[in-house]
Design a protein around this ligand. Structure first.
Ligand code: OGA
Ligand code: NI
Length: 345
């Protein structure tokens, strides 16, 4: 074991089984709408994927393929730099955007390094999770000088992904029987962020994880991954960890906690994790769609009734986010704030 610090070691029940399993199932959906395809068909495919898996991949998503390539090259070039270069944009307690190499998920350290940036820069949000405290703070991005094109490529990618995010939110709204623009207003001052993930080869992939099991706290996540593989989804039917097969030109989509609440659990946010390996480094680039800080997240009125009463109390997304930040920076003894804290039992 020697080579891996204790902080990275997962408890036995959470370690990866490294036997490669091939399971088909996570849907691959073609987003192109030709004259022959019916939008209703697409909407029902999306609805089924959200319902059965909470995860799916999309092709013909409209994001230029050269841009997918460019952002991966930018990520690799950035992470390939010496630590002292990356540390120049290191995140700290004041600014949570930038480079970071010691993130913890559920109090176990992740085998990865990341670079985070906001889609809207600057972004304003509550300074503290306390409800009675209305102090706000400003978050802004830190951009490295090198590689030279880094900022431009990241921002161009973010703009394209934002468009795709709205398109998917519209399809998801339709699949729930809502008007297509039902969610759009929640994202006017969005707190969405993008993350470049680098998972270096790990000497003990059977003990550590790239990202420990978790659910995404936002509304929707869109991930670009390379061909290495490692992302696994906990299958709803039996809890088996199913790999998301790297598929060229495809993007991975998953439903986050907020859609679970908005839909009153018609769709669930599904647990996932990243397994590492001892040979190849891996890159992935998620964008997390977060609503505006003032949005009160709660089951949508159109989706609840006497027979299906709201399963969650409303919560303020900005305050929720502030509570998450506080705990994700440090290794805490207590559990992170969760949507289950607002569950009506
Ligand atoms: C995440 C995540 C998946 C991946 O960062 O929340 O789930 O493939 N990443 O890196
Ligand atoms: Ni995730």
């Amino acid at each position: 074991m020697g080579e891996v610090d204790q902080a990275f070691i997962q408890s036995i029940e959470h370690r990866a089984n490294l036997d490669t399993i091939e399971i088909e199932g996570i849907p691959l959906i073609d987003l192109s709408l030709s004259h022959t395809t019916d939008i209703n068909l697409l909407v029902s495919e999306i609805g089924n994927a959200c319902n059965n898996w909470g995860f799916f991949q999309v092709i013909n998503h409209g994001v230029p393929l050269e841009l997918l390539e460019k952002i991966k090259v930018a990520a690799k070039t950035f992470f390939d730099q010496p630590m002292e270069e990356k540390r120049k944009v290191k995140r700290d307690e004041v600014n949570p955007m930038g480079y970071y190499e010691s993130e913890h998920t559920k109090n176990v350290r992740d085998w990865k390094e990341v670079f985070d940036f906001l889609i809207k820069d600057p972004t304003f949000l509550p300074a503290s999770p306390e409800l009675e405290d209305d102090e706000m703070r400003t978050l802004s991005n830190q951009w490295p000088e090198n590689p030279p094109q880094f900022r431009e490529v990241c921002q161009e990618y973010a703009r394209e992904l934002e468009k795709l995010g709205y398109k998917l939110l519209e399809l998801i709204a339709l699949s729930l029987g809502l008007p297509s623009n039902r969610f759009n207003g929640y994202f006017e001052d969005q707190l969405s962020r993008m993350r470049l993930n680098h998972y270096p080869p790990c000497p003990c992939p059977e003990l550590a994880l790239g990202v420990g099991r978790h659910k995404d706290a936002g509304a929707l996540t869109i991930v670009t991954q390379d061909d290495v593989g490692g992302l696994q989804v906990k299958r709803k039917s039996d809890g088996v960890w199913v790999p998301v097969k790297p598929t060229s030109n495809a993007l991975v989509i998953n439903v986050g906690d907020i859609i679970q609440v908005w839909s009153n659990e018609a769709y669930e946010s599904v647990e996932h994790r990243v397994v590492v390996n001892s040979e190849r480094e891996r890159f992935s680039i998620p964008i997390f769609f977060f609503p505006s800080h003032y949005v009160m997240v709660k089951p949508l009125e159109e989706l609840v009734n006497e027979g299906n009463p709201p399963k969650y109390k409303p919560y303020n997304f900005g305050k929720f986010n502030a509570a998450r930040y506080r705990s994700n920076f440090k290794k805490l003894e207590v559990q992170n704030i969760q949507i289950s804290d607002f569950k009506i039992i």
